[in-house]
Design a protein around this ligand. Structure first.
Ligand code: SF4
Length: 239
């Protein structure tokens, strides 16, 4: 079996990258304030919502999730429903032919393990054990595992979504060639565990408001002094 390479071993200049955390956190907190963890969805809802969220917008994910819950009032009903009915219910999320069997499969695995439709047993496991269990479900990757653990259970997992992946590469927390899956443990190493939830939300908001994919608004960015992309662009413009 191939030996698993620690993603941290792929990070050059680790200390320089990590030193960006404190001033950036301070600047983003000045803009977005302190954010305390609060649970929005329980573990099951968060997990199914995440499976629905793959390759779609938050709005379409939420529409599909609401339709699924309205059509099947219990997870038992969703698990044993005709697959076409589940596909129909979650259609707004797209890729319904893939997502419906994944949902039914996850429900089956969960019930067979704990005898109920609940993943609260994850709280009894270490974060690494809980992540490993979640990613053993079909269609669940490191991002979904971290979202479920961080958002539904307040555990020390740092989810890296598309905004955080982009912004963190520009800033220089992550090396340019790092994959999204490898980015999770690296962001966890860059950030104090008690700040994962808060810093995750602040970086997403910064990505939406300022450091947008097509054209980052560097001229009004509160963290430009600590950003590798900004320094490289400024240097290139001066030559
Ligand atoms: S300076 Fe520009 S690239 Fe860097 S974080 Fe700010 S908006 Fe993004």
């Amino acid at each position: 079996m191939a030996r698993k390479i620690d993603p941290l071993a792929k990070v050059d200049n680790f200390d320089r990258r990590k030193s960006k955390y404190a001033p950036i956190k301070q600047a983003l907190t000045a803009v977005y304030g302190e954010l305390n963890w609060s649970r929005n969805l329980d573990g099951m809802d968060e997990l199914i919502s995440c499976i629905l969220s793959q390759s779609t917008t938050d709005t379409n994910r939420d529409r599909a999730f609401d339709r699924l819950k309205a059509r099947f009032p219990t997870w038992e009903a969703a698990r044993f429903a005709a697959i076409d009915d589940v596909i129909e219910a979650i259609k707004p999320a797209g890729l319904a032919n893939q997502k419906a069997p994944r949902i039914q499969d996850a429900l089956g695995v969960i019930f067979d393990k704990v005898g109920e439709y609940s993943i609260d047993f994850l709280n009894e496991l270490s974060v690494d054990e809980a992540k490993d269990w979640l990613v053993s479900l079909k269609g669940v990757g490191p991002k979904t595992a971290a979202i479920v653990l961080c958002f539904a259970y307040g555990r020390a997992a740092f989810p890296v979504d598309t905004h955080i992946f982009r912004v963190s590469k520009r800033i220089g927390f992550l090396p340019e060639k790092m994959s999204a899956n490898d980015a999770h443990p690296v962001m966890e190493a860059m950030t104090p565990a008690e700040d994962y939830y808060q810093f995750h939300i602040q970086l997403i908001q910064h990505g939406r408001d300022t450091c947008q994919a097509r054209k980052p608004a560097c001229e009004r960015c509160p963290i430009s002094a600590h950003c590798d992309y900004f320094h490289a662009a400024t240097e290139a413009a001066s030559h």
